[in-house]
Structures are given as C-alpha cells and as structure tokens.
Ligand binder design. Structure first.
Ligand code: NAD
Length: 268
C-alpha cells in the first residue's frame, strides 16, 4: 500500500458513499483532504470524521452543476493545502426524480437529458478544467473520474446516465492524452452496483439481485472496494497508468450476456 503522505486531494460528492470512503482512505494514507459536496452538512461531517480519526481535512460546498463553485472548490483546496495533487471527480446527478425520468429515448424529457449532461458530464469536465489548471502550477497530479458499468455496456434503461458516463470515459482519455506530457495522469473507475445511499434509494431489491447474479465474483462490491482502487490510481504506484477506464465491477461487464443462465445450465 503506497503512501500519499502530504498530498493534497479534492473529492467531489464526498459527503456519502464512494466519495466519502475515498476521502477517508486517502486520508488514512496521509493525504490532506478537501471534502466537497452539494450538501454542506454532509461535507462538514465527512471532514470531521477524518479529523477525529487523526487525519487532516477541511470541507467546501460544491455543486458540480455550477462552474463557479467548482472553480472555488479547487481554489479553496490550493488556498488551504498549498497545491492540488489529487482530484477525484466523483459526484454525479443522482436525484431519484431524475433517474426515474431517465427511462428511454422515447419518453425522457429533454430537460432531464440536459440536466444529466449539464451536471454529471459538464461538471466532470469542469473539474478537469480547474484541476488541470491547478496541477500545471505545481508540476503535475492525478485525476480519477467516477464512471459506471452503464458507461461500459448498454442497459435498457437510463440512457442519459449511461451516455454521460461513456462520455466521461472519453473525457478521461482526452485529458490523459492532452496533459500527460505535463505529468498529469487521468484515469476513471467504472463501478458495478455498490451499496450506497444513491443505489439503495433508487435500485429495487430484485434488480440488485439480478445485478449480483450477473457478476463473476460471488459477493457484492463495496464503497471501500472503490476507494482502494481510487487510492491506487491516485498514488505513484500507478504512475505508468493513464487514460485507463478501470472496471471495478466484480466481472459484471467482462462476459457474454448468457453467462448467468449458462452458470445454471452447467450447474455451477
Ligand atoms: N453506487 C453505485 O452502485 C454506483 C455505480 C456506478 C457508478 N456510481 C457513481 O459513483 C458516484 C458516487 O455515487 P454513490 O453511489 O457514492 O452515491 P451517494 O449518494 O452515496 O453519494 C453521492 C454524493 O454526491 C453528492 N452530490 C449529488 N449531486 C451533487 C452535485 N451536483 N454536486 C456535488 N455533489 C453532489 C450527494 O450529496 C452525495 O453526498 C457517482 O458518480 C455515481 O454515478 C455509483
């Protein structure tokens, strides 16, 4: 496990789930963390939790749907810790109302499509914009974007969410390509179903069971599983990895569609 001693990290959507687990994990490896979230109480609580565990942290309110707030979150991180070494663009628009309207191209209201693109995709791009700017000042850094299995393989629901994540994958490759020679790496993690506030609120239990059935591994992934991989991608241990979209999905997207039924056919 590599040290992140003294590194300065900003994580969006860090008040809960994957972002919070990542914030705590990076802190436990010595990084100084700016916990950012749309919800002030959640961001403050995340920073408090890290400090109580002996880590260094502060918090900032940041709605990734608002360019000025993203610029401000990066500036606050640099002001507090002197530099930005690690940026985890993790937040996405996950409101149950929006996800419920993101059904198919026949019915999705264009406003919902635009909202998903304007928050999840545009917000991640703007995170890269201001993150790269800050990293150029200090000779480099590591960016990790949160994608999704829905950005890797098509699903029969959530077209806006899936397309926004697929676009984030290309954004990741673009940033890696454009700024690699400036020592800025950019990678993404693509989780399968991870038990968090967002997934518990929106994904019905039978669908969760179907997802679990489709995984190659016999257990569900956790926010900590995601955090461990983000920590690796943020550290020098992964210094020769850039432009990669790493599926952290228990093998959910690695096989033929017949896999789960074939398991039963062969009696495995
Ligand atoms: N949980 C899963 O199964 C799963 C699977 C694939 C991808 N993801 C992705 O993981 C990321 C984190 O999701 P999670 O499951 O940990 O959710 P979560 O609900 O546990 O946490 C998301 C956090 O983001 C914050 N947030 C919401 N909108 C925001 C905005 N506009 N600006 C800033 N913060 C905002 C929320 O307040 C919350 O604290 C998302 O990008 C999501 O798409 C999750």
């Amino acid at each position: 496990m590599s040290s992140l001693q003294g590194k300065s990290a900003l994580i969006t959507g860090a008040g809960s789930g994957i972002g919070l687990a990542t914030a705590k994990t990076l802190a436990s490896r010595g990084a100084r963390i700016m916990v950012s979230d749309l919800r002030e109480d959640a961001a403050r609580a995340g920073a408090e939790e890290i400090k109580e565990a002996g880590g260094e942290a502060d918090f900032v309110i940041c709605d990734i749907g608002d360019e000025a707030q993203i610029e401000q979150a990066v500036a606050a991180t640099v002001a507090r810790f002197g530099r930005l070494d690690i940026l985890h663009n993790n937040a996405a628009l996950l409101s149950p109302d929006v996800l419920a309207a993101d059904v198919d191209v026949l019915t999705i209201p264009v406003e919902v499509w635009d909202q998903v693109m304007n928050v999840s995709l545009r917000g991640t791009m703007l995170g890269c914009k201001y993150g790269v700017k800050a990293m150029l000042e200090t000779g480099g850094g590591a960016i990790v974007n949160t994608s999704s299995m829905y950005g890797m393989s098509a699903f029969n629901r959530m077209p806006a969410y899936g397309v926004s994540k697929a676009a984030i994958n290309m954004l990741t490759q673009h940033v890696a390509t454009a700024y690699g020679r400036k020592n800025i790496r950019c990678n993404a993690v693509a989780p399968a179903l991870i038990k968090t506030a967002a997934s518990e609120a929106f994904i019905p239990k039978p669908l969760t069971e179907l997802h679990d059935d489709a995984a190659a591994l016999p257990f569900s992934g956790t926010a900590q599983d995601m955090a461990n991989v983000v920590a690796f991608l943020a550290s020098d241990e992964s210094r020769y990895i850039t432009g990669e979209v790493l599926r952290v999905d228990g093998g959910t997207t690695s096989h033929l569609a017949t896999y789960a039924d074939a398991r039963r056919f062969f009696g495995d």
